[in-house]
Design a protein around this ligand. Structure first.
Ligand code: AMP
Length: 114
């Protein structure tokens, strides 16, 4: 998809602070971190949101969570805990229309989320 910021990051068209990459996903630090550790795990294929992932491609979502788990260990937040969030749509607080999983850690998280 043209002009999608996360597609451009995934394609290497614009630089990012990358922490992980494979053939299906890329993970990089959020530009405006909301916690001491704030990483985005992003499928390379463009899906506007979780709602756009067809059932036959849903394994990519599991892979995103698997990568988050691996990174939580590598980034030192697995033991104390962290949060995984997929904002979806306007009321869900989604600002970039390309599916992504937020992983935040390194501080206490309140509930309910804002
Ligand atoms: P959301 O509001 O759930 O769609 O999250 C989008 C996230 O992408 C926000 O936390 C932004 O700070 C982050 N973001 C936007 N552009 C970039 C970028 N170029 N590199 C890293 N993070 C970005």
């Amino acid at each position: 998809m043209d002009k999608c910021i996360f597609c451009m990051i995934a394609n290497g068209e614009i630089p990012t602070n990358k922490v992980y990459e494979d053939d299906r996903v890329i993970a990089f630090y959020d530009l405006e971190p909301q916690a001491p550790v704030h990483v985005l795990i992003v499928p390379k294929k463009h899906y506007e949101s979780i709602l756009a992932v067809p059932a036959e491609e849903s394994c990519v979502v599991g892979h995103m969570f698997q990568v988050a788990s691996k990174l939580a260990h590598e980034l030192g937040i697995a033991e104390k805990g962290f949060r995984l969030v997929i904002n979806t749509g306007k009321e869900g607080g989604q600002s970039v229309p390309h599916l992504h999983l937020h992983m935040t850690g390194g501080r206490e998280h309140g509930w309910p989320a804002g």
